[in-house]
Unconditional design. Sequence first.
Length: 306
Amino acid sequence: MTRTTSNTLMLVIAIIWGSTFVAQQWGMQDVGPLTYTGARFLIGALFVLPLAVREYRRQTRRGIVFDRRDLLACLGLGSLLFLGAVFQQIGVGTTSVSNAGFLTALYVPMVPILGWLVDKHKPHFAVWPATLGSLVGTFFLSGGTLTAFGAGDYWVMASTIFWALHVLFIGRVAAWKGAPVLVACAQFVVCGVLGCVAAAMREVVALDGLIHGLPTILYAGLLSVGVAFTLQVVAQRYTRPADAAILLSSEVLFAAIAAALLLGERLDTVQMAGGLLIFASIVAVQVVPMFGEASPQTTLPGKPAG
């Protein structure tokens, strides 16, 4: 695969992840956030399952054994993924898609800061101006007053804590046994099961709602979780980290574009400036350290869901 082809696939991934925010909002018209989250991740797990099984067989033939520690790690990752996805899904139902896209991206500068607190890895100096830029951008996105944010915006911002923790730990778990696809599939199953169990306890799950919401659930499950993740695993091997970081970060812009085209959402001048400042900050925190010595947690993989 050439670098140009790889970068094209990265752009496709960003478009899928960005447009999935629209599917998530539409899906909330038919099912609850727990039901939507559980269904989409189980569908994504089924899509990735054949690749995970092949990877498992390949690793076991090499004498690699998967034990209780690996199972517990996947349970932990799946739980973090579930909390991030559900908090985001609740928020998407009551905020604009544009806001949800930009606010979700706040997890990017948060990861190296959490890495510093958890692992004592000192973050690159670029993290601090990027974090400040993200905070200022969030203020502008709210229209210049945080009181203009609704409950949905705060749900989305809360989800970024779990997204950041998930990104912080998933790399090391996948590296333990060299089985990233297997780890991804396992965490998707955990997330999906938790969503379905919680939905059975907390929501009224109606067959009509599932049928009407199926197109948006399939879009988020097959494309965002299944196809985009699989493409990322393949394509990211053939491009430069800086290329991947910039292209995957454009997810937030595609969310705003999809919201404008499909939902008629519009950002005023101040909000647009805030969104662009957040985007510039997340690109900077990933790209700037690549030109010097960076900590292992500075360059981030894309999240496995929109």
